[in-house]
Design a protein around this ligand. Structure first.
Ligand SMILES: Cc1ncc(COP(=O)(O)O)c(C=O)c1O
Length: 403
């Protein structure tokens, strides 16, 4: 059996592949779905008479905010439509609390800590590191965060300022938080402190490609739990229209809304209102956004299915893999502590994979087990080669084969 794996390894090496499956980016055919945006002509006056060519409408034009309100199912007065990046809004939220949170800005707290369900998004960890906020990992379970771990962690010493999570098609392992998981998270967090911030990066809110368990709109759960003032939800059209070229949205309320307004007032006079208008004219309404996402799903689904076909060839002894129904990533968890070795072997064969450990704070995966695969930004032929390399590398590492 090992002979076959060695031969496969060597023949893949001869192919001198050069494939990058590190980042979850939309492929060209997905971007083509929005080409109309590039040269469409739009009115330069907003619905309520604002001149979109000039400064003004600091928190987004009314029609973009309305679209955001439909997308996030939150009242329009709670919605801000920003530039193209939701990550920037998340960063600004952390910054605003760092500088101005009441009664105590986070910068004045001794050793502030943020809970981060893992595996998670590397840029969230980088962001917290910028502020010297310690990212404290807790495990994800099938339907959201491990609530016992959350409760136990909050009993420990330290200034826990909040939790940062991706509540749907979590990056990278694809969990979908259940409504009850979310309500209990709100209960536990607000019992800890009525200043505990629930920060949701809803990057994959409408990115299903297979039937997905229903979630109540997040803002509805927020309202039912009465945590509007301590919740911030961000999302964007980055993986709806153009990567880094869509509109970002935020839903929040009360003190959190005031804080974000305060910090943004200093740093930016207004977002790109013409791009906001272009998107509103392109989609017209939320139904069309959903129809557009079905076209993405049709392009993305076959790539995930192809990746699943290869991963199924691996013996269960080697590890397990997530089967997300949306989003951009698959997580493979090795049963032995060999993730770094697998990533290195893939690189030796010309396939770049996100470095092992990067889905954990400080790049430290205590079990050296989690590997993130991003199957979208390659052709199907490249993906087939990359997956063949991946499963071969897992087998070589798992069986300790000398190559
Ligand atoms: C969880 C998550 N949040 C945010 C982003 C970036 O979104 P944006 O382009 O809106 O900043 C990504 C992109 O990969 C992501 O995976």
């Amino acid at each position: 059996m090992h002979q076959e794996i060695i031969e496969r390894f060597n023949s893949l090496k001869e192919k001198q592949l050069s494939i990058d499956i590190t980042r979850g980016k939309p492929d060209k055919d997905q971007l083509d779905l929005s080409n109309e945006l590039i040269d469409m002509t739009i009115p330069f006056i907003s619905e309520d008479g604002a001149d979109l060519r000039n400064y003004g409408e600091q928190f987004g034009i009314i029609e973009a905010r309305r679209l955001g309100s439909e997308l996030l199912s939150a009242p329009i007065e709670n919605i801000l439509a920003g530039e193209q990046s939701s990550l920037l809004l998340t960063y600004q939220t952390v910054l605003s609390n760092y500088l101005f949170a009441k009664p105590t800005p986070w910068k004045n707290l001794e050793n502030p800590k943020m809970i981060c369900p893992v595996p998670g998004f590397d840029r969230h960890f980088m962001m917290l590191e910028d502020f010297g906020i310690e990212a404290v990992p807790i495990p994800l379970v099938e339907d959201g965060v491990d609530l016992n771990a959350l409760e136990e962690t909050l009993k420990k010493d330290g200034n826990f300022v909040g939790i940062l999570c991706v509540p749907k098609h979590s990056n990278p392992s694809g969990e979908i938080y259940s409504d009850s998981n979310l309500s209990k998270m709100f209960e536990i967090g607000s019992k800890y402190s009525n200043k505990f911030l629930f920060l949701f990066d809803h990057a994959y809110l409408i990115h299903d490609f297979l039937p997905t368990p229903e979630q109540k709109p997040l803002w509805q759960v927020v309202e039912e739990s009465k945590v509007q003032n301590q919740t911030v939800v961000t999302t964007s059209f980055s993986k709806v229209t153009f990567g880094g070229g869509g509109i970002s949205f935020m839903a929040t309320s009360g003190d959190s809304l005031e804080l974000i307004k305060k910090v943004r007032t200093t740093m930016i006079i207004c977002p790109d209102k013409l791009n906001q208008k272009r998107h509103v004219e392109f989609f017209k309404n939320i139904e069309n956004v959903r129809l557009h996402m079905e076209k993405h799903a049709a392009l993305v689904r076959p790539k995930f299915e192809l990746a699943y076909d290869y991963l199924e060839k691996l013996s269960n002894d080697c590890g397990t893999f997530s089967r997300p129904t949306g989003g951009y990533f698959i997580t493979y968890s090795t049963s032995k502590p060999i993730a770094s070795l697998v990533v290195k072997l893939c690189s030796d064969l010309g396939v770049l994979i996100t470095p092992a450990g990067s889905t954990f704070p400080k790049n430290y995966d205590p079990n050296d087990s989690v590997i993130r695969l991003a199957p979208t930004f390659v052709t199907k032929d490249e993906l087939a080669d990359a997956m063949n390399v991946f499963i071969t590398a897992v087998e070589v590492a798992h069986y300790g084969i000398d190559i």
